[in-house]
Design a protein around this ligand. Structure first.
Ligand SMILES: Cc1ncc(COP(=O)(O)O)c(C=O)c1O
Length: 381
């Protein structure tokens, strides 16, 4: 059996090596390392794939969120609502811009922002909502957009974990996540579903003015060379990364199929187990399985039990990860916002019980069978 990894980017690369190597060499020969044709081609290709009017490539998914928030003209002290149960990047940039992060609950099934908790948290200072499409499952965007409309709030979708995910609206319309809110952001970190061979990110918008502003902010606030109209930053996607992503974008749909097939295998293996909740798939969301995350239910001392499972799997050379062991409201970084004592039963419950198994495009049946057998072996103990 091939060694099991959380993400096998090496085997994935071997399958597209000839195309990728040629694309990289082409960039090197052109010497257009910054904002070359590959970057423009990739932005156009991704806009087409997602149905976005504008795609602004940038250096990483954290910058994408920062640039989005800078473009909305938010003022220090303005409140931005976001789930506590997410990767820190989502919330860190809120604080970095001297805005106030307001943490809300997630839904215990989807792991995404809970609309009831969200609406309750709105105050006169609230300016924006940042839903996160966690693990590859969409947040309930139809409800979120309705709430945003009622309260006149901006919506920035953190689509770092769900690129390619299709959202089904109740009227039958379909859209890709990332292009439903005012702004969408994503990350091309190597382990992401559309991963570069280094860092990368992008921002999506349909509004021309907003897109132009974000493009300017990402480029030192420059309207034309050496004329800087607003305070910006320097956030670029390298041409080499764009050339690689251009190739990988052509394969994204087949990558999603492979991830879903692995998830289906696990789902069957763990079906109806009293101590395992497999990932829920809401009718409104396709699941693109950036992570395959189980909830260990009905066990005593869940965090300890989970550590035991993680160690047992590690002893059999199976990696597993806890995404995320500490929710936002309990991070030291956010102590200044007096959020540590916030009561978040769902988030706390999930934090102690989630465990993510290896999921990627290259898992074969032998590996999937071995992983699920070992998980069940431990859980039966
Ligand atoms: C939900 C979420 N938001 C934002 C980011 C930040 O992306 P990056 O690592 O490219 O800055 C990530 C990725 O790590 C993420 O998972």
């Amino acid at each position: 059996m091939r060694p099991i990894q959380m993400v096998d980017t090496k085997t994935q690369y071997q399958k597209i090596k000839a195309e990728v190597d040629k694309a990289v060499i082409d960039v090197m020969e052109s010497s257009a390392f910054i904002n070359g044709k590959a970057v423009q081609d990739f932005a156009a290709g991704l806009s087409h794939y997602l149905g976005a009017k504008h795609t602004i490539p940038c250096a990483n998914g954290t910058d994408a969120l920062q640039i989005a928030m800078m473009a909305l003209g938010l003022q220090p002290g303005d409140e931005v609502i976001t789930p506590s149960f997410t990767y820190v990047a989502t919330t860190e940039v809120i604080a970095l811009l001297q805005l106030t992060p307001v943490f809300v609950e997630v839904d215990a099934k989807t792991f995404c922002i809970d609309p009831v908790s969200l609406e309750k948290a709105i105050t006169p200072k609230t300016k924006a909502i940042v839903p996160v499409h966690l693990y590859g499952h969409a947040a309930p965007m139809e409800e979120i957009m309705a709430i945003a409309k009622r309260h006149n709030l901006f919506v920035i979708e953190d689509n770092a974990q769900a690129i390619g995910c299709e959202y089904n609206f109740s009227d039958g319309a379909k859209k890709k996540t990332g292009v439903i809110g005012d702004i969408g952001t994503t990350s091309f970190y190597p382990s992401k579903n559309l991963g570069a061979f280094g860092d990368g990110g992008a921002i999506f918008a349909n509004d021309d003015e907003l897109a132009a502003k974000m493009k300017m902010i990402a480029n030192h606030g420059q309207s034309k060379q050496y004329y800087h109209d607003v305070v910006g930053c320097n956030s670029r996607l390298d041409s080499i990364q764009a050339a690689i992503l251009n190739i990988k974008l052509k394969h994204l749909d087949e990558y999603i199929v492979a991830r879903r097939a692995a998830a289906d295998y696990y789902d069957k293996a763990f079906a109806n187990h009293p101590k395992i909740r497999t990932p829920f798939r809401a009718a409104y969301s396709q699941h693109v399985f950036h992570q395959y995350t189980l909830i260990l239910d009905g066990v005593d001392n869940p965090a300890e039990y989970r550590n035991g499972l993680k160690q047992f799997l590690a002893d059999h050379s199976i990696p597993a990860m806890i995404y995320y062991p500490v929710p936002g409201h309990k991070q030291k970084m956010f102590e200044q916002f007096n959020v540590a004592s916030q009561v978040m039963p769902v988030t706390d419950w999930l934090t102690e019980r989630v465990i993510s198994l290896p999921i990627h495009t290259e898992l074969d049946e032998e590996q999937l069978s071995f992983i699920s057998t070992k998980v069940l072996e431990y859980i039966k103990k």
